[in-house]
Design a protein around this ligand. Structure first.
Ligand code: ATP
Ligand code: MG
Length: 422
């Protein structure tokens, strides 16, 4: 019986995993400079948390959630995103009592029952950040700058920042009405999803990917014309901070995002190298959510990056930069193998990646294997070497070779290889 991973769910293996680790380590380093600390939040939560926050009429809640009853009949959902659990955590632990702002990051798998395709999986990974407690647009700008530094830090340059404001609970109703009026007469030409959205969530018509709907919505009223004074001021200030930092962006009046909790600033980072699934990160402000979860009124903003899509982009840039063993120890005979075992431990303590020969094999096949696994240096111990207290060495990249006393191995290492990074 052969088993396969579930549809839309993939294993992440070496060498790809090294790209993932690099993204994670750069992210940690950048987040630290901005004061974002890690939180580890659960993968499963009570279903209401997501319905309440993401919104009943969104794609995620309507059709994408992995929801099941646990053994006691409670409705459990495997998290489709990280913001709702982070807000639940913030409120549950009364983190609003700590000095404001509180800034966090998390990383891990998310689950959405979507149609699997390039760049779209049912289990996918995000690194996300959330900053609680600042209403000023300076934090919007800071979070966007942090994201830009992260992407540049991992070597991604050709990305576009798209930016919009979707207003607040004061100005959005007015904008919704303007949209309803615009769509009213041509509704029957829109796709069935949009016809439904007209009644449930008209803003989301702006987000529809169907060609015909894109055509039909041309000329729809832009949200910018309907922002209230405060929202407009917030947005203008954000834009001027981005200008100050020389961060370029495109204003995209259709960027409404697929989750209901957003207010004011929304943004997305896209790449033209990815095909249809081109968003690599997305985020925005959610000033009402903490209160909706039972906490005090607390403005907040965050973003999440999609690891698979970023890793796909990076794969092209770093194809050859994967770690490989520094030293292979080839041995002939039991006694030599024991000496090799001792030397391997000694070299590992010095920080080298060492692969020994485990099972007896000819020297030729051991060296062939050393080459195949990408080792830089082979140390060869046979019976004669053992008796003489010596070791043969071969630089597998340059072809040079020689002999050295075991006690002088260090000189060979310094000449031939760099210690591996811890
Ligand atoms: P999309 O428009 O691609 O469906 P989204 O608006 O649903 O994205 P968010 O919920 O904002 O996405 O998630 C942030 C990021 O997570 C996305 O920009 C994307 O990079 C990644 N992402 C979202 N859904 C998936 C998925 N099913 N598979 C892989 N990555 C995903
Ligand atoms: Mg989606």
């Amino acid at each position: 019986m052969a088993y396969n991973a579930l549809k839309g769910i993939q294993d992440i293996l070496p060498p790809d995993i090294h790209i993932w680790q690099k993204i994670e380590s750069v992210a940690r380093e950048v987040f630290q400079r901005y004061g974002f600390q890690e939180i580890r939040i659960p993968i499963i939560e009570s279903t209401d948390i997501f319905i309440r926050s993401i919104g009943e009429t969104t794609d995620i809640v309507e059709k994408e959630m992995y929801t099941f009853p646990d053994k006691a009949g409670r409705s459990i959902t495997m998290r489709p995103e990280g913001t709702a659990p982070a807000v639940r955590c913030y409120v549950e632990h009364h983190l609003y009592n700590l000095p404001s702002p509180q800034k966090f990051f998390y990383s891990g798998p998310m689950f959405r029952y979507e149609r699997p395709q390039k760049g779209r999986f049912r289990q996918f990974y995000q690194i996300g950040v959330e900053a609680f407690g600042v209403s000023q647009p300076s934090i919007d700008a800071e979070v966007i700058a942090m994201l830009k530094n992260l992407l540049e830090g991992i070597g991604l340059k050709e990305v576009n920042f798209e930016l919009n404001s979707i207003g607040c609970e004061k100005c959005r109703p007015d904008y919704k009405n303007a949209l309803l009026k615009f769509f009213e007469n041509r509704l029957s030409d829109f796709c069935p999803d949009c016809q439904r959205r007209y009644n449930t969530n008209p803003l989301r018509i702006l987000d529809c990917k169907v060609e015909r709907c894109i055509e039909l919505r041309k000329g729809a009223p832009a949200v910018a014309e309907h922002l209230c004074g405060n929202c407009r001021e917030h947005f203008n200030e954000l834009v001027s901070r981005l200008d100050l930092m020389k961060i370029s962006y495109t204003l995209n009046p259709n960027l409404v995002r697929g989750l209901d909790y957003y207010t004011r600033t929304t943004f997305e980072v896209t790449s033209e190298h990815l095909g249809a699934q081109k968003a690599v990160a997305a985020g925005g402000r959610y000033d009402r959510l903490v209160e909706e979860f039972g906490g005090p009124s607390t403005p907040a903003i965050g973003f999440a990056i999609g690891m698979e899509r970023i890793a796909t982009l990076l794969k092209e840039i770093w194809s050859d930069e994967h770690p490989s063993p520094k030293i292979f120890i080839a041995t002939l005979g039991k006694e030599a193998e024991i000496e090799g075992f001792r030397i391997a431990e000694d070299l590992r303590a010095k920080g080298f990646w060492v692969e020994p020969n485990y099972a007896g094999a000819s020297l030729k096949s051991q060296l062939r294997k050393a080459d195949r696994i990408g080792a830089e240096l082979a140390l060869i111990i046979g019976e004669n070497e053992l008796k003489a207290g010596k070791i043969q060495w071969k630089n597998l990249k340059k072809g040079e070779q020689g002999e050295v006393e075991i006690k002088d191995i260090q000189a060979i290492l310094t000449d031939n290889i760099q210690p591996s990074n811890p």
